[in-house]
Write a protein of this length. Structure first.
Length: 211
């Protein structure tokens, strides 16, 4: 019955494996240098940590607005798909917190950032400039999440991740930001019955916008 719970760690591990394979093929022998696998200055780490909550709020609000708009015309199968995903993550988040952190936060944080920031955005920024390249990288990052509502949230999150990557020159900074964002989302979902946060946690069948 709970076999589908393994889809979450399986999916994130697949993303990580694909990202490492692509970067190894493209940048063999110079992966660390090309990807920016270096430390950032302490001021940059402080700035990265300070934008975790504001970025999470903005991304969630983008998803809330998208959900309201799409509820007017989206097809029933997409609504059922979203409900199924919500139910799956609702059960997954009740697993061991270490499992949730590793499979839902750290592994996707590394895998998606290696691919989207370290590989994809480098080529897009080099070809189209920092502004257009960042917008395209964020668009593709959102599209990877498939669900239109989640894609809108991920697009906004991608803009923040892209900004951190370009300003620090370190891939470790957006990996940390991505991991902490996911951890905050899972914590809000896990403890929503104790600490409901308007706009961030699920409230029955209606949307509550972030103040």
């Amino acid at each position: 019955q709970d076999f589908d719970l393994f889809l979450v760690p399986l999916g994130t591990l697949t993303t990580l494996a694909l990202a490492l394979l692509v970067t190894q093929i493209m940048f063999s022998g110079q992966v660390r240098r090309v990807l920016g696998w270096r430390n950032a200055a302490w001021q940059q780490w402080m700035g990265t940590l300070l934008i975790v909550v504001p970025l999470a709020v903005l991304a969630s609000e983008a998803g809330n607005c998208a959900a309201e708009c799409m509820s007017l015309f989206e097809s029933p199968w997409l609504d059922r798909h979203r409900a199924s995903n919500s139910e799956l993550y609702g059960r997954f988040v009740q697993e061991s917190w270490w499992m949730v952190f590793l499979a839902g936060c750290l592994v996707p944080g590394i895998g998606e950032e290696v691919y989207c920031r370290g590989f994809l955005s480098r080529g897009l920024v080099a070809r189209h400039g920092w502004l257009a390249g960042s917008l395209w990288a964020s668009f593709f990052f959102g599209a990877m999440h498939l669900d239109p509502v989640q894609a809108c949230s991920a697009f906004v999150l991608g803009l923040g991740l892209q900004y951190v990557f370009l300003t620090t020159g370190s891939l470790l900074a957006p990996i940390t930001l991505h991991t902490l964002n996911n951890a905050a989302a899972f914590a809000a979902l896990r403890y929503q019955h104790l600490f409901p946060v308007p706009g961030l946690t699920v409230r029955d069948d209606y949307i509550v916008h972030t103040p």
